[in-house]
Design a protein around this ligand. Structure first.
Ligand code: ADP
Ligand code: ADP
Length: 232
């Protein structure tokens, strides 16, 4: 479903070249929960930003359902981003909008009718069990609740892929567990492919099917979670 071929990304800053990703190759299957783990600076964000094309690869190709997304025009890029939902460590909600309006926002941008937006937002809020908070503002919510709103928003356009960038890193262990369970439930229910980056083993152990270990821009290990964690 996602196939990454010979992907490299170099940044140039102050006359210095940083090889953030170095000839990376791997595939992610449809419906899979795929973890990418590595230390800070390993290249995780760069990889995820190449997949949603917030970053342009220096070399290589990324195929999503057979289409090379490194070669898209502006209109195709907009369509690609609708098929990819994203959640972040700091939730990135709009503080001046209610829970309902945060989730409605991507649907308004996509041009849905008011009645359809209402129906969809209500369905999404029920999915993340926040129907009773629809008129509250992000500042009135706990961290876990904010991330649930962000998940509902990420799913608004019915994406095929959910990218999670350290989405549980600022949550306590109990809330982390509940958010990961929710992501797993949604992935199973909708056959949603999840790519999750984290620096925490526990997160990988709890929900991932397979995991890639990234170090200095290279994948140094890739296997099922059972096999990676059974290695001596
Ligand atoms: P991670 O997400 O694993 O912490 P990143 O992908 O953010 O790693 O960073 C990988 C490497 O690329 C690091 O050495 C980082 O300093 C460098 N890097 C990331 N973004 C930029 C940028 N915009 N300009 C220059 N260097 C960058
Ligand atoms: P979590 O474990 O998810 O971080 P908290 O213990 O922070 O949850 O919050 C528990 C309850 O307190 C939630 O139902 C939430 O609505 C409420 N709450 C948290 N922060 C605030 C706040 N700033 N204002 C009002 N209610 C809050």
């Amino acid at each position: 479903m996602i196939s990454i071929k010979n992907l490299s990304k170099k940044y140039t800053s102050e006359n210095k070249i940083v090889n953030a990703l170095n000839h990376i190759n791997f595939e992610i299957k449809k419906g899979e929960i795929f973890g990418i783990i590595g230390l800070s600076g390993a290249g995780k964000s760069t990889l995820i930003r190449c997949i949603n094309r917030l970053e342009e690869p220096s070399e290589g190709n990324i195929f999503i359902n057979g289409v090379d997304i490194t070669k898209l025009n502006k209109k195709e890029l907009r369509d690609l981003r609708k098929r990819i939902g994203m959640i972040f460590q700091h939730f990135n909600l709009l503080d001046s909008k209610t829970v309902f309006d945060n989730v409605a926002f991507p649907l308004q941008v996509s041009g849905f009718k008011k009645s359809e937006i209402k129906e969809r937002v209500e369905r999404l809020l029920s999915l993340v069990e926040l129907s009773d908070k629809k008129d509250e503002y992000p500042s009135q919510l706990s961290g876990g609740q904010k991330q649930r709103v962000a998940i509902a928003r990420a799913l608004a356009n019915n994406p095929d892929i959910l990218l999670s960038d350290e989405a549980t890193s600022s949550l306590d262990p109990k809330t982390t567990k509940s958010i990961l369970s929710l992501i797993k439930k949604i992935s199973n229910e909708f056959n949603l492919t999840v790519v999750l980056i984290t620096h925490e083993m526990e997160v990988i152990k709890q929900i991932c099917d397979r995991v890639a270990v990234i170090e200095d821009g290279e994948i140094i290990e890739l296997d099922t979670v059972e096999r990676i964690f059974s290695n001596p």
